[in-house]
Design a protein around this ligand. Structure first.
Ligand code: NG6
Ligand code: CA
Length: 512
């Protein structure tokens, strides 16, 4: 609250002209869950588990029914969320491998650089998965640069990729903490020696078996994607990740409680390997996937407690979202398929992670700013890609014309201001440089598959390769599950959407 002291006196006379949001500079916390589906939390209809803290956030804020991420895998959604540009326009924007170099180039305008320019302290805690280092990839034993600090974050405390990829070490700013120079960290794609234990050679020692991929180096009884050796003093236990994210986030919030801050809380829950802390294991009937949701919910509760304790809840915009839709078996035998019962991870929608059906990108999406956002439900179309333009508006920053090329200012919708309606269209994609797209315009949705087959298009529980028509058209009002292709009945609508999508792709931008 201290930040108001000078401001209040100075701005009292013209605060009406500036508008409350611009004058206040609320803190911003973006909580991004990983692989969390529309139906995975109780305030979006889950009945087989309870998520009291996320539900409370929704009860105190706006619960969006058409809140999206822009892709149905992690790296492209995160790329788009930070840069405000569709990932299919960028290079190397598909799921990043363990040794990926930095994908967002230094100097690129991002949500973090916009807020940094506006005077915010900026930090990211949790999963990164946007590459680190120059062309040759991360120098694990040296300076991990460029990374978040070169695109607008003052500080970071990260899991470099995903926890099913090597290595299991943290990154603090430019370094792996606790590395012993006598035990250097090596990360690679090839087995480092013939006797190196892997998920294939030592399968009977694993504490969680793999189902596809994930059979290389073993750490903490779990085999991963990729190989690594060394760095033992720096390695973490999977079970401790969520606690670490909360600890580091609390440190960040406390440190910056007297100035505006932006925290990107990038949860690893509920991505595989789903190894929640022991205290959450067995707390749901859904196996570790459900238990990881409860752990995620606990994290949300802890962050909200910190805001309450520091009396920041009325001065902080919290946005809760996911990076892509749900998947049950994503490579480990953790019981998610067998124990799913009545639980519908994507809610009423088809598809999930890897798919452009609604289940792939329509996710829980909640905004809360106590005392500012009127609680309720919103059907406005909003997307994580809109954070850049919306938070630029919130913090009174203008966007350079060539930056954030697909980000729309939907701040009014996020805050629930009267008379706002969100976007009128949105492109969704699966992964990387494109080839599988969907375009939603109002209730119409066009699918465009430039590839001959699509992964996981109809079967949520396992990856499937299915032949699909290049174009399909659905009406989400009558058919939210996208079961009936009506392209033959509505050729004019299909032509209009095909042309609109082609223009968006070709123009290199959709923000005017
Ligand atoms: C896939 C992995 C999957 C997951 C995904 C990335 C296999 C067989 N599958 O390649 O387990 O890691 O990449 O997920 O290895 S994401 O949420 O980070 O995009
Ligand atoms: Ca993900």
């Amino acid at each position: 609250m201290k930040r108001y002291c000078g401001l209040l006196i100075l701005s009292a006379s013209f605060c009406c002209a500036v508008g409350p949001a611009a004058a206040e500079k609320p803190n911003v916390i973006v909580i991004m869950a990983d692989d969390l589906g529309y139906g995975d939390v109780s305030c979006y209809g889950a009945t087989e588990l309870e998520t009291p803290h996320i539900d409370q956030l929704a009860a105190e804020g706006r619960r969006f029914t058409s809140g999206y991420c822009s892709a149905s895998t992690c790296t492209p959604t995160r790329y788009s969320m930070l840069t405000g540009t569709y990932a299919f326009r960028g290079e190397r924007t598909g799921i990043a491998p363990p040794n990926a170099p930095a994908i967002i180039q230094p100097g690129t305008e991002t949500v973090a650089s916009i807020l940094q320019r506006a005077g915010y302290a900026t930090g990211v805690v949790g999963k990164w998965h946007l590459g680190l280092g120059g062309e040759n990839g991360p120098d694990w034993n040296g300076e991990l640069k460029p990374g978040p600090l070169e695109i607008g974050f003052d500080t970071c405390f990260l899991l470099p990729t995903t926890n099913d990829r090597v290595p299991q070490v943290y990154v603090h700013d430019h370094r792996v903490p606790n590395l012993d120079p006598a035990d250097p960290l090596w990360v690679g794609r090839k087995k480092p020696s013939p006797d190196h234990p892997t998920g294939i050679t030592h399968r009977n020692t694993l504490k969680m078996d793999w189902s596809h991929g994930h059979n290389s180096t073993i750490h903490n009884g779990i085999s991963r994607i990729g190989f690594y050796t060394g760095g033992h003093a720096a390695r973490f236990r999977d079970e401790d990740l969520a606690d670490k994210w909360v600890e580091k986030s609390n440190e960040f919030i406390e440190k910056h409680q007297d100035e505006p801050f932006f925290l990107f809380f990038s949860s690893h829950d509920i991505h595989v390997p789903r190894i929640p802390h022991e205290r959450f294991q067995g707390t749901t009937s859904l196996g570790f996937r459900g238990d990881a949701i409860v752990e995620l919910d606990w994290c949300v509760g802890e962050l909200m407690k910190t805001l309450d304790r520091l009396k920041l809840a009325e001065n902080t915009l919290v946005l809760f979202c996911s990076d892509n839709g749900p998947v049950l078996d994503d490579g480990y035998k953790d019981g998610a398929v067998e124990k799913v019962g009545k639980h519908r991870a994507a809610g009423p929608y088809s598809g999930g992670k890897y798919s452009v059906y609604e289940g792939g990108t329509r996710t829980p999406f909640i905004t809360r700013w106590k005392g500012r956002i009127k609680p309720g439900q919103s059907d406005d179309l909003v997307c994580t890609i809109d954070l850049a333009a919306s938070l630029a508006a919130l913090s009174d920053q203008s966007l350079p014309n060539d930056a954030c090329r697909d980000s729309f200012n939907v701040l009014g919708s996020l805050l629930g201001d009267p008379g706002t309606s969100g976007r009128d269209h949105l492109v969704q994609q699966d992964n990387g440089r494109g080839g599988v797209y969907a375009l939603r315009v109002g209730d119409w949705k066009l699918h465009r598959h430039d590839k001959k087959s699509a992964r996981n298009v109809v079967v949520e529980t396992k990856l499937a390769n299915t032949k699909v028509a290049q174009f399909q058209l659905f009406n989400l009002a009558d058919d939210p599950a996208e079961k009936t292709n009506v392209i033959d009945k509505h050729p004019n609508v299909a032509d209009r959407l095909k042309a609109q999508l082609a223009k968006i792709i070709q123009d290199g931008r959709s923000r005017s």
